[in-house]
Design a protein. Structure first.
Length: 293
């Protein structure tokens, strides 16, 4: 089966590389060609538009930044949905809101294209190791068609339901991660303000039931002040915003998440957009220090 991959950023490039490591040749597109260069050669061919990729393949993966980027690649000038063959399969691994994912499923179905939403959980390092978790919204038969390919890139697949349900689960997960990171950063900032050393705070809090396990992996970033992005802060803010949009559409109140997403937005305004989302600690700590002066 001929496979296409569109979107070769922090996650997509590593996912595509793992497909190649398992022997699959790819037709690829990325707006910045330089990001595609490591994938090119006997197992990777670059095409200069989503449409040209679609014309070559029977299955297409997308891993793009946000709903606008997905819609542009799929439906606007040189969009791939008008060039995929009937019965081709589109797997969208992007983090988008469920209503948008269902909209794309409808656009695909109108063109006789099968659609799967399969967003992932995992950092850049996890993606490189092929240990992502896929949250899948799909018909049973479509999931079975792509299962072996997903397992080239990840080690766990959760079939949440039909189209749009994988995106729904991803919204819940990133909401929890974003809130947990912000609350932990606020707690550390308070502890330091009360005179507790950062080392004692980390040694005492990490591993406690009150602290999410993933936060242990953020210790080194906070202690070193090196916030090289595994998951950029601006994408966490985007996902929390999309969760709030989904809550509005579902008649659900989310006061904590709405407050936290605005905190991340403030950090973006101070220059932390491209840093790892754990840089929310740096924003809070710097703000506290500024207030003390």
């Amino acid at each position: 089966m001929k496979i296409g991959f569109i979107g070769l950023g922090i996650m997509g490039s590593r996912m595509a590389a793992n497909l190649q490591k398992h022997g699959h040749s790819l037709a690829v597109f990325n707006r910045t060609r330089a990001k595609a260069e490591p994938l090119l050669g006997p197992c990777g061919t670059f095409f200069d538009s989503p449409a040209k990729v679609a014309d070559q393949v029977e299955m297409l993966f997308t891993m793009l930044a946000n709903p606008d980027a997905v819609e542009e690649a799929a439906l606007r000038a040189n969009g791939f949905l008008n060039y995929l063959r009937p019965n081709a399969l589109w797997v969208d691994c992007s983090s988008v809101n469920p209503s948008f994912s269902k909209k794309m499923a409808g656009a695909a179905a109108a063109r006789q294209i099968r659609f799967v939403d399969a967003p992932v959980t995992g950092s850049a390092a996890v993606a490189a190791e092929g240990k992502l978790v896929f949250w899948v919204g799909a018909e049973d038969a479509d999931l079975e068609t792509i299962r072996s390919l997903l397992l080239c890139m990840g080690n766990k697949i959760v079939h949440v339901g039909g189209p749009g349900m994988g995106a729904s689960m991803k919204m819940v997960i990133n909401l929890l991660m974003g809130n947990a990171m912000a609350a932990f950063a606020e707690g550390i900032t308070l502890g330091e303000g009360l005179g507790i050393s950062r080392k004692v705070l980390f040694d005492s809090l990490l591993g406690m039931p009150a602290v999410a396990p993933f936060l242990a992996a953020k210790r080194e970033k906070i202690e070193s002040g090196n916030y090289e992005a595994e998951f950029p802060l601006r994408w966490m803010q985007k996902d929390m915003h999309l969760a709030s949009v989904s809550a509005y559409e579902s008649d659900v109140a989310m006061p904590l998440t709405n407050a936290a997403k605005e905190l991340y937005r403030l950090a973006m305004r101070e220059g932390d957009a491209m840093e790892d989302f754990s840089a929310i600690y740096d924003y809070l700590s710097t703000t506290h220090q500024t207030e003390l002066r």
